[in-house]
Design a protein around this ligand. Structure first.
Ligand code: PLP
Length: 324
């Protein structure tokens, strides 16, 4: 958390959209007649699986890095992540010519380590059972003067993530409901800023894995609830708690938080592959799973779903689908 930067507003999303425009993809919005029929609603999918590095996280990472001072850029940045945030920081850093150090668990999937290195990131590995990655990140930041870029609880990251929903509303107009995968809440809180400005009557739902419903509990209890790392195939949403900035925005703006089981995620992943011909990672399937679950309430409505990412190893993809 960075106390010196104020909580973001929709103006910050607009500024982020200008900053990232020359570098980020404007991702497609897809529809499926078959899914519309199954759900009984008009469903539009914002496909961030087609974003650079394969997930929306490029938006927030690039927006944050492009606002560093010259001195901060020269010294470099550090991030801790085994997943999409690592690749987003490594790619953004390369584009902006900033040295990037990524703290990753020693047993992170080889493909993710290779992708991070491929974007020019320097990987520092640690033992996830005996060492604390936040501490390692903070130490590196202190020792080498690096700027730590957190994966979700940062105003510039939140504003960047909000640009995906801005593009969606710009393209399709107002919606009755919008479903957004929820981990630490960067994507959901950024989306809330755009929805508030562009579709104020839209009901906004975060969707998290059933095994890790800390977001749902946090809304219910009115405080940030911490949990152990949940066991779920939705690895992009295995966070243990919401952030200070993200929770403040989410509690004000979000209609509710829904959950999805791993089985429902695999089912949605199969639908995306067979019906829409797209590869979506399990975390990216949270929205469709929740829409199917709420079909009765959504009948006849205009419904948006953010597909947050598509990074999954093909062998793992095949394994999950064949076990269904
Ligand atoms: C990080 C991530 C999420 C969760 O985003 P938060 O901003 O942490 O809530 C969802 N889906 C994918 C694919 C991700 O990489």
């Amino acid at each position: 958390m960075t106390p010196t930067i104020p909580s973001p507003t929709y103006d910050d999303v607009l500024a982020a959209a200008e900053r990232i425009a020359p570098y980020a993809h404007r991702t497609p919005v897809l529809r499926s007649r078959l899914i519309d029929e199954q759900v009984g609603a008009q469903v539009v999918f914002k496909c961030e699986n087609f974003q650079r590095m394969g997930a929306f996280k490029f938006r927030g990472a690039f927006n944050a890095l492009s606002q560093l001072t010259g001195e901060q850029r020269r010294a470099g940045v550090v991030a801790y992540s085994s997943g999409n945030h690592a690749q987003a920081i490594a790619l953004s850093a390369r584009l902006l010519d900033v040295p990037a150090t990524i703290v990753m668990p020693h047993d992170a999937p080889a493909a993710k380590v290779a992708a991070t290195k491929g974007y020019g990131g320097r990987v520092v590995s640690y033992d996830r059972y005996t060492e604390d990655r936040e501490e390692i990140g903070r130490e590196l930041a202190a020792e080498r003067g690096l700027t730590l870029i957190p994966p979700y609880d940062h105003p510039h990251v939140i504003a960047g993530q909000g640009t995906a929903a801005k593009e969606l509303f710009d393209e399709v107009g107002a919606l009755d409901a919008l479903f957004v995968p929820l981990g630490g809440g960067g994507l959901l809180s950024g989306t809330a800023l755009s929805a508030g400005a562009l579709s104020p009557d839209c009901r906004l739902y975060g969707v998290e894995p059933q095994a890790g419903n800390d977001g749902q509990e946090s809304l219910r209890q009115g405080r940030i609830v911490h949990i152990d790392t949940p066991q779920t195939i939705a690895d992009g949403a295995q966070t243990q708690h919401l952030g200070t900035h993200t929770f403040e925005i989410i509690r004000r703006a979000v209609t509710g938080v829904r959950t999805a089981t791993d089985a429902a995620l695999v089912d949605a992943m199969g639908t995306f592959a067979s019906v829409m011909k797209i590869v979506v990672e399990p975390t990216g399937c949270l929205g469709l799973a929740a829409v199917r679950d709420m079909a009765d309430e959504l009948r006849g409505k205009r419904v948006g779903v953010i597909i947050s990412g598509g990074n999954i190893d093909l062998a793992r993809f095949a394994e999950l689908l064949s076990s269904a």
